[in-house]
Design a protein around this ligand. Structure first.
Ligand code: SF4
Ligand code: SF4
Length: 146
């Protein structure tokens, strides 16, 4: 049988601990907050910050290199019926932002700079809407209705 011990209530008030807690609260009253009132106030992103992937379907030649180099199958080539003499197979990348790790391999390997990342990060979505078709990748965020 397991021996269960009763935990006794402390009989004295932990004065030192209370004073330390009050001191910490008081100290922070006069310090600048480390948080900002987003979205009214937006902090500057670092120069190298990237998140949102864009695509120029005019420049994409359908080589599939971006799909092949993506480490987690975020990119899938899909058909798009667009007149583009540089892309005879009519295949273009689509992106699932739910799995993209922003490694930028796709941008680096693209021979025509058709796929690239920008510092746009406000991409809040409804459930199951992380998938972007090639035409949606061409648009700005406010044009992609979700
Ligand atoms: S940034 Fe990386 S993870 Fe995201 S789509 Fe490109 S290759 Fe894939
Ligand atoms: S986006 Fe670039 S790498 Fe991807 S299929 Fe088009 S041309 Fe090839």
């Amino acid at each position: 049988m397991i021996d269960v011990k009763e935990v006794e209530e402390p009989k004295t008030i932990p004065i030192i601990g209370s004073i330390e807690g009050m001191y910490t609260v008081f100290k922070h009253l006069f310090q600048k907050p480390v948080t900002v009132q987003y979205p009214e106030h937006k902090e500057d992103q670092g120069d190298r910050f990237r998140f949102r992937i864009y695509l120029s379907t005019d420049d994409c030649v359908g080589c599939t290199l971006c799909e092949q180099v993506c480490p987690n199958l975020t990119i899938t080539m899909v058909n798009l019926d667009k007149e583009n003499p540089r892309n005879k197979r009519k295949i273009y990348p689509s992106v699932n932002f739910g799995t993209c790790t922003v490694c930028r391999n796709c941008e680096e390997i693209c021979p025509t700079d058709a796929i690239y990342l920008k510092d746009v990060f406000e991409t809040a979505r409804t459930k199951n809407s992380f998938f972007y078709s090639p035409t949606e990748l061409e648009k700005n965020e406010d044009e992609v209705r979700r």
